[in-house]
Structures are given as C-alpha cells and as structure tokens.
Write a protein that binds this ligand. Structure first.
Ligand SMILES: [Zn+2]
Ligand SMILES: [Zn+2]
Length: 290
C-alpha cells in the first residue's frame, strides 16, 4: 500500500543510527546473558541454566520480530493525490465514516486525507491516526503499525527485567551444589562483573525508557487521543469549553489496535482478527494541521 519504510524516511540520519544502536544493544545483552551471567557459579551446572538461556532468547526473538514488523510495516501512509489514491480503501470505510465531511487536504503534501491523519515532517507524508515519528523504528507510529510498536516496547521491557533479574540472581544466589567450576573454565571474575554491571545499567535504562513510552501508548489508546490530539486540546483549552466526546469502551479501543481475536494473540506480531487495512474507526475531530 505505502512506500517501503526505507524510502519514506531516508532523509532522517537519526533513524538508521537508532536502528543500529537497537540491534547492538540487543546483541550485547544476549551475549552477556549467555556468555557471562549464565556461566556464573549460581547458574553453571544448574538445570536452570539451559531453561533461562532458551527463555531469554525466545523473548529476544519476539522483541526482534515485533521491531521488524514496526520498522517495515506501512504505518498508514495516505496515498499521494493524483498518483496512487486507493479508492478501495474509501469504499471499505463504514457508511458513517464515508458521510463524514472532515476529510481535508494537507497543505504540505497536498494529500486528500481522512480525519485524524497528520503530516509527518520526517517522512514528508500524511499518516492515518499518526501517533509520532519514532527514530527507534525509523518509521512513523500510526494506525497500521502501532500494535507492533507497543509489542516491541513490551518485549524490550520484559527482556530488561529478565536480564536484570538474572544478573541479580547470579550475584545473590548461592552457587549450585552440582556446579564444578575450575580456574580457566570461565572468563575472569573482573571481566564477568564488568559485563554484568554494564548489562544491569543497560537494562535499567532501556527498561525505564520503554515503560514510560508503553504507558503513554496505552493511555493514548484507552483515551482515544493521540499525543498530537492531546497537545492540540491543551493548546485550545477545549476541555474547558466542550463536553468530553463519547468514546468507545476501553476494551473496544484496545481491540481496534491489537485485533479482534483472542487476547493471547495481542502478544504476537501478526494480524489476529482485525481486517487488514481498515484499522481503528475514525472518530470526529475538527481539522487541524501539525
Ligand atoms: Zn501531508
Ligand atoms: Zn514519520
């Protein structure tokens, strides 16, 4: 539907750097857990060692899969006027949405866009229900990839907690009785300790960072307002003048983003019940530009 993410955001030098930093951070964390933390006396020789190794790598694999979907997926780019307007999408919108006259023309890319679409100054395109442009995925977070972005945050937070927990357990737990550690078998204590401290700091830093963004994302979904819409509301002080709009139930709003299948499917980076290309229903908001 939209252009590949690479061409959409090729002008943002920060994006590729953040992608590289993400991959290096994940690779380093995996290396330290496998080559240092799980070789500490507390785990070495224990039956829990392979269990933690497999479980941590499953979390890492899900993290990378969700990240890849968020990076590569079309966030909901509105087709450019006169080139690739996809009228099948317009026909797929519900009648109530079609009758909505809040479609506008963007004064930057001249796209005829639906309500809640906003122009991204990095991608130079309008994106449906745009949340923000995220350098960590080198892509916009919009209607069609917000689910993958939130899953990426979730698994990054989970991996951070897991790694920090393993480091602390390795330090605090008494050595397993069956462990047979001989000098020269494992890297020196000082190297191991240094790697463990760096991993602990990395986990705390990334864990706190993604927790804050995860909270903002979930809040924006259940309040049915993107950060851009919240900002505009504050600027115009609409809350003082207007009654709060009627919103869908929170579960329905979450299902709009994560899919209408089983809740367990919300944790995996594939479509589960949400019709492809339709995404959340548009709700009324006066036009504005960002
Ligand atoms: Zn635009
Ligand atoms: Zn963007």
């Amino acid at each position: 539907m939209g252009a590949p993410a690479g061409s959409r955001c090729a002008r943002d030098p920060c994006g590729p750097l953040c992608l590289l930093l993400t991959y290096l951070s994940v690779a380093y964390a995996d290396y330290v857990v496998l080559a240092h933390v799980l070789l500490q006396p507390a785990f070495r020789g224990s039956p829990w060692c392979p269990v933690h190794a497999v479980a941590f790598n499953v979390v890492v694999a899900l993290l990378l899969a969700c990240h890849a979907r968020a990076v590569l997926a079309d966030p909901g780019v509105v087709p450019l006027a006169g080139t690739a307007m996809d009228f099948s999408e317009l026909r797929s919108l519900r009648k109530a949405e079609r009758s909505n006259e809040d479609w506008t023309v963007c004064n930057r890319c001249e796209t005829y866009r639906p309500p809640r679409a906003h122009h991204c100054r990095v991608c130079h395109r309008c994106v449906r229900r745009m949340d923000h442009h995220c350098p960590w995925i080198n892509n916009c977070v919009g209607e069609l990839n917000q689910k993958y972005f939130i899953q990426f945050l979730f698994y990054t937070g989970l991996a951070s907690v897991y790694a920090a927990g393993l480091v602390l357990a390795a330090w605090l737990r008494p050595p397993d009785g069956s462990a047979t550690v001989t000098p020269g078998d494992v890297p020196s204590d000082r190297v191991q300790t240094a790697h463990c401290i760096v991993l602990l700091l990395e986990s705390v830093l990334f864990g706190a960072f993604v927790t804050a963004i995860f909270y903002d994302q979930v809040t924006s979904i259940i309040t049915d307002e993107t950060p851009l819409e919240q900002l505009r509301k504050r600027v115009l002080k609409e809350a003082d003048r207007e009654a709060p709009p009627r919103r869908k139930p929170r579960l329905a709003l979450l299902r709009d983003v994560f899919g209408r299948g089983f809740v367990i499917c919300w944790f995996f980076p594939w479509n589960c019940g949400a019709p492809a290309g339709t995404g959340p229903a548009y709700s009324y908001l006066p036009d504005y530009d960002v």
